[in-house]
Write a new protein. Structure first.
Length: 201
């Protein structure tokens, strides 16, 4: 008897200094999706304290190749958003996806030698090239109190032809900001439900 192929697969892309802590909403989301019978890839990127754009892009390509031929959904946080924005412009056709969620994308002030992520800078992302990497435009979720976010998230999103939800609070949307369980992001994954709201909404 031939097994039925999965309807979709999810890929989660974490940020700098991230080692998949259980308290993080990404860990919670992985578990919640799997409990729903979904297939989820949540890889640990190498050297998260000193990330290499080349190494992270290579792993991203390898993980995308594992998503199969059905719906492909990518969920990014922080530096994971920068990784997607940098890689998307040159993504081979066979690695393109259907949907992308960009949570806590980084503004230019966040790319510094001190943060060990300068080579991930996203100053010159081409909106047209970005559009080719996913079937529908990526959807961004930004907190108005995030010190690492673009100065004007609405303008930033418009410049890249993205849709965007701006949360009134939430900092960088990490466990320290209260973002462990996050039902709204699960709703986006399962049903494309927007707006993505806070953990308490």
């Amino acid at each position: 008897m031939t097994a039925t192929p999965p309807v979709r697969r999810f890929l989660l892309l974490h940020g700098v200094q991230h080692r998949r802590p259980r308290a993080h909403w990404m860990w919670w989301l992985t578990d919640a999706l799997r409990q729903q019978g979904e297939q989820v890839l949540y890889p640990q990127f190498p050297a998260p304290e000193q990330p290499s754009l080349t190494e992270w892009t290579d792993l991203l390509h390898a993980e995308l190749a594992q998503l199969g031929d059905q719906e492909r959904v990518v969920v990014c946080h922080s530096l994971g958003c920068a990784l997607w924005l940098r890689a998307a412009a040159t993504l081979p056709a066979d690695l393109r996806v259907d949907r992308v969620l960009l949570v806590s994308p980084l503004g230019p002030q966040s790319f510094t030698a001190e943060n060990a992520n300068e080579e991930f800078r996203t100053d010159h992302i081409d909106a047209d090239s970005l559009a080719t990497a996913s079937t529908i435009p990526p959807h961004a979720v930004v907190s108005a109190t995030d010190p690492y976010a673009p100065a004007d998230p609405s303008l930033w999103a418009k410049s890249l032809n993205l849709t965007c939800d701006i949360l009134p609070t939430g900092g960088h949307l990490t466990p320290a900001d209260g973002y462990g369980p996050w039902p709204s992001v699960l709703d986006w994954c399962l049903q494309q439900q927007t707006p993505v709201t806070t953990t308490t909404a």
